[in-house]
Design a protein around this ligand. Structure first.
Ligand code: PNS
Length: 167
């Protein structure tokens, strides 16, 4: 059984993340959407629990049921490779949107390989139509109540709307 971990902050999840996880689920038997618990990250939009719930909803609403059943959503803290080991995952998934992502991703992949040689990082190219998306820009648009409907799934829009932010 091929098990992969897709780690990130996902604050919030975007259509780009959903695209990457669907590509990964087409290749691996089980993919963990792994949300980093980072209490030091400045001004998060969503608490960890809200991120987990919105990711679960977004996956269930956008993926076919047989695929959604093979995507687990969990929080973790500490090192990503330790979470991989705890879940018997030997692959780590990351998305690449543009060449500019490559340098930091390569550095992370080599660092993780040094820490855990048995875990291989696999990159999926984010679909072109989502390649401009970033959680940082989404946060900024949300702060000014801009239209995020083409950038983030309904699960995120609904949570923002309930707070009177964004649509
Ligand atoms: O969505 P992000 O913020 O780009 O994700 C970055 C993430 C969570 C993958 C990275 O910061 C991470 O793996 N953090 C956990 C701590 C760790 O393992 N650090 C060493 C990785 S080089």
């Amino acid at each position: 059984m091929k098990i992969a971990v897709y780690p990130g902050s996902f604050d919030p999840i975007t259509f780009g993340h959903l695209d990457v996880v669907a590509r990964a689920a087409a290749v691996f038997d089980l993919v963990y959407f792994a949300v980093l618990i980072n209490p030091h990250k400045a001004a998060p939009i969503f608490a960890t629990d809200e991120r987990l719930a919105s990711i679960r909803e977004a996956v269930d609403e956008s993926c076919p049921p047989d695929m959604a059943a093979r995507i687990a959503v969990e929080a973790f803290d500490g090192l990503t490779v330790d979470f991989c080991r705890s879940r018997n995952a030997t692959f780590l998934v990351r998305g690449l949107r543009a060449f500019s992502d490559f340098e930091s991703e390569l550095q992370m992949a080599h660092t993780n390989r040094k820490l855990a040689p048995e875990v291989d990082t696999v990159f999926f190219m984010t679909a072109l139509e989502h390649s401009y998306l970033s959680s940082t820009l989404v946060k900024e648009i949300s702060a000014f109540a801009g239209d995020l409907s083409q950038m983030v799934p309904g699960a995120v829009i609904r949570r923002l709307a309930s707070r009177g932010r964004s649509l």
